[in-house]
Design a binder for this molecule. Structure first.
Ligand SMILES: C[S@@+](CC[C@H](N)C(=O)[O-])C[C@H]1O[C@@H](n2cnc3c(N)ncnc32)[C@H](O)[C@@H]1O
Length: 357
């Protein structure tokens, strides 16, 4: 955030005098940085000391640094933190539900002089590094011509592989990024049940579905998935559980998130993910598919939750995702995984599980 913005923020949120103090500190920091004399911590000592130094150097909580160093090794953990600190790039999805093609979108971006790049993984997606504001101001999102959607989320939809005529349940659907993309691939045939506990967010989904002209195949169900599944007779071809998670794969776009997350949150989330997985599994018909996904890169929220689920539910088996996403995104065990450093997109995970007949 630019210095003057920080000064203004301090004045508004604390008191007018605080602005001067923040200004003084930031000026001094800029001078020290320019003369290469910032007093930086040294990367030395035991693991704990090194994690503390890295946490300061790359501005991440110590617990995250320790976790990533353990799972990824120090070199990759540093690259990940650098990615998180870099300016994020965004991708936009052309809304085929409204007949908009990627070529149409590219034409609009050219007119707006927004530099862009075609996604090499997904037909409807275009990447932009700068210029998102121009796209918003030109009203392309308000008109429902496109949606901001990361390719990592688009690839989760590829794992679900929605087809016209399918009956699909999106268990944690709001605000609807994946619901809308799935609906656009159903060409008006079939039904997509969008469940979410958050009524307000589900209302947004409903309104956006109308705007995107895909509302004909969507039924919204405001409910806690756990209570809904207990009383429901519905059995579907495909069930997507895009579970509430730590969001550790999307830190480049959510500057505040790293400081709001605590290690203890993971324990609570893991319990919720298991309960939701059990509930979602009830909605899958024999031979049907359950896709479990997160926007986390943490094995405890991903592979480990799937393994624990498979132990509780031997009637499900892993269906490797290599038929649905490019090889670079397929893990040894047949899961989908996007890696911010390797793929230059958000981190995400998905497992495709089939209920035996
Ligand atoms: C990761 S977000 C889903 C994002 C969405 N799939 C998308 O692509 O836009 C997780 C969602 O789970 C919902 N949720 C949390 N607990 C739930 C529960 N017990 N039953 C149903 N939905 C729940 C939250 O309200 C939140 O909207």
């Amino acid at each position: 955030m630019p210095r003057l913005q920080n000064v203004r923020l301090a004045k508004v949120s604390l008191r007018p005098g605080a602005g001067n103090m923040v200004n003084g500190i930031l000026r001094k920091l800029v001078l020290l940085k320019e003369s290469n004399s910032l007093p930086l911590p040294k990367l030395e000592g035991d693991d704990r000391a090194q994690a503390r130094a890295l946490a300061i150097l790359y501005s991440h909580p110590v617990w995250m640094v320790r976790r990533w160093t353990k799972h990824l090794g120090q070199e990759k953990a540093i690259k990940l933190m650098m990615w998180n600190n870099d300016d994020p790039s965004f991708s936009l999805r052309a809304n085929s539900g409204k007949g908009v093609t990627r070529a149409d979108l590219v034409m609009q971006f050219n007119m707006l002089k927004v530099p862009h790049e075609l996604s090499s993984h997904l037909d409807h997606f275009v990447r932009v590094k700068t210029g998102l504001q121009s796209i918003i101001q030109a009203g392309l999102l308000k008109q429902g011509l496109c949606a901001v959607q990361d390719e990592s989320a688009g690839l989760i939809v590829s794992v679900v592989n929605p087809q016209p005529g399918d009956s699909i349940v999106d268990c944690c659907a709001a605000p609807g990024g994946k619901t809308l993309y799935m609906a656009s691939q159903m060409h008006g045939q079939g039904m997509l049940y969008a469940i979410d506990i958050n009524k307000g967010r589900l209302r947004i989904l409903k309104e956006t579905a109308k705007l995107h002209q895909v509302d004909g195949v969507i039924t919204t169900i405001p409910s806690d998935l756990r209570t809904f599944a207990e009383s429901c007779q519905l059995k579907s071809d495909k069930v997507l559980l895009d579970a509430p998670c730590s969001g550790l794969g999307v830190l480049s776009k959510r500057a505040d998130l790293r400081w709001n997350r605590r290690l203890e949150d993971l324990e609570e989330l893991k319990k919720l993910q298991e309960e939701l997985l059990d509930a979602a599994s009830i909605l899958v018909k024999p031979g049907g598919v359950l896709v479990y996904s997160t926007c986390s890169i943490d094995p405890e929220e991903n592979e480990e939750r799937v393994d624990a689920f498979l132990l509780r539910h031997p009637e499900f088996r892993i269906d490797p995702v290599d038929r649905y996403v490019p090889p670079g995104f397929v893990t040894k065990r047949g899961f989908y995984s996007s890696d911010p450093v390797k793929h230059s997109m958000d981190g995400a995970f998905a497992a495709r599980l089939i209920r035996t007949l």
